[in-house]
Design a protein around this ligand. Sequence first.
Ligand code: PLP
Length: 498
Amino acid sequence: MNYRQARWVEPLIFELSKPGRVGWASPEKPRERINVPKELLREKLELPELSEPEVVRHYTRLSQMNYGVDSGFYPLGSCTMKYNPKVCEELAALETASCIHPHQAEETVQGALELMYRLERCLAEVAGVARVSLQPSAGAHGEFVAMLLTRAYHKSKRDDKRNQVIVPDSAHGTNPASAAMAGYEVVTVPSNARGRVDLKALKAAVSERSAALMLTNPNTLGLFEDQIINIAGVVHDAGGLLFYDGANLNGILGKTRPGDMDFDIVHFNLHKTFSTPHGGGGPGAGPVGVQKELEKFLPVPLVEYNEKRGRYSLDYDRPHSIGKIKGFYGNFGVFVKAYAYLLLMGAEGLNEVTDAAVLNANYIMRKLLRVEGYELKFDASGPCKHEVVFSAEPLKRETDIWAHFVAKRLLDFGMHAPTYYFPPIVPEALMIEPTESESKEELDRFVDALKTIAEEAKSDPDRVRSAPTATAIGRLDEVKASRQPILSWRAYRKSAKE
Ligand SMILES: *Cc1c(COP(=O)(O)O)cnc(C)c1O
């Protein structure tokens, strides 16, 4: 069954259970008896009882109810939901990558250490920084580590007055959160009419209390901060550092580098730009790169190579390090995928990623500008980078349909919604990031769908307001879901009984 036609709710596997039904036959005499300590044994193990085909069908149906980049278009702005080559998954699943243990002796994992060392060199080259720590496990974690590095840097200069971090009003929500988590006061600077950092406002915001500016470029509106060298000058002259939110590198790969824009610290989202699927709750990685003067503060350990001995090793002997920020060395499987992807693409390929990602976003921008109901809030005279933020305000003004309903109705067209109501500086925002992996036909289909929805908003608004109707699950009670989350089958059973 196809999720586009079906509308059903799959029962929980426990509801399918029939006492006494089995899906496998155990050998008569177990070959080995494992003596589990009595206190660890459970009296009764409540497992569902089903036949093998019932189990297979149940999980296959569940997988079809899900939506992902492997099922269709997923233009979730700022999240870079792009196609990830399956060969990278295969390499990460190899025994030599997935069955090694972090407690293994260094001599037995030279290959893994070499991979980490080389990945670090590649990322440093891509971002134009001196060194990279692979440890942080997500983008927000990388930002937080960047803030700890900022603190260590100022402390080493005996400069303890700096307690503020400047963040533009278009920034990703994790930026102010990371700064606040690290103990900084967040100072917001507004964007100007061009959707860029307002230099005047920035000059007014910096002082001897500024520890850093957190910025992403292209910014969250998908626009390139063309004043970046002046911005960097203002912050550096005031003694602050520049942090680059590099979650989405699709807009600049091979074209320019945060280091060349004078940034001091960068984080990467390997699970956005470098071939690890994300959004499914699996592990990610948010490596952090720094310029030479911040290198000594990086978390321990770093992978070093001894040329004479031809050996890789983990270096813990780093007295200025901010310490350990993650168990062991980071999420190794993600490193394998990222390294495989970098080798697969090569410098030339990475360049083309950006060409295609930017071309696709501009194609959508130009086409959607001609559709009634949607508009740009900032100057659209120049090109956007890898994403574009439209506003559905004209639609809301003329009909009963808002961005929220547009997003829900898109699901009926078999497409994931763009990010909506973000960034908050754009009213009725629809933040569209097509990525490089979509064809022209798919982009046309998407713009056509948005056009159809704008027409329906006038001719058949109830249809739009009641969407989605073609998905496995319809409109959810989002308030109830967040107030009374039921996250396990035990909780579900309990709530069903009540
Ligand atoms: C996704 C994203 C982050 C946060 O990354 P996580 O891995 O989700 O923590 C930070 N900044 C920007 C611009 C992002 O798009």
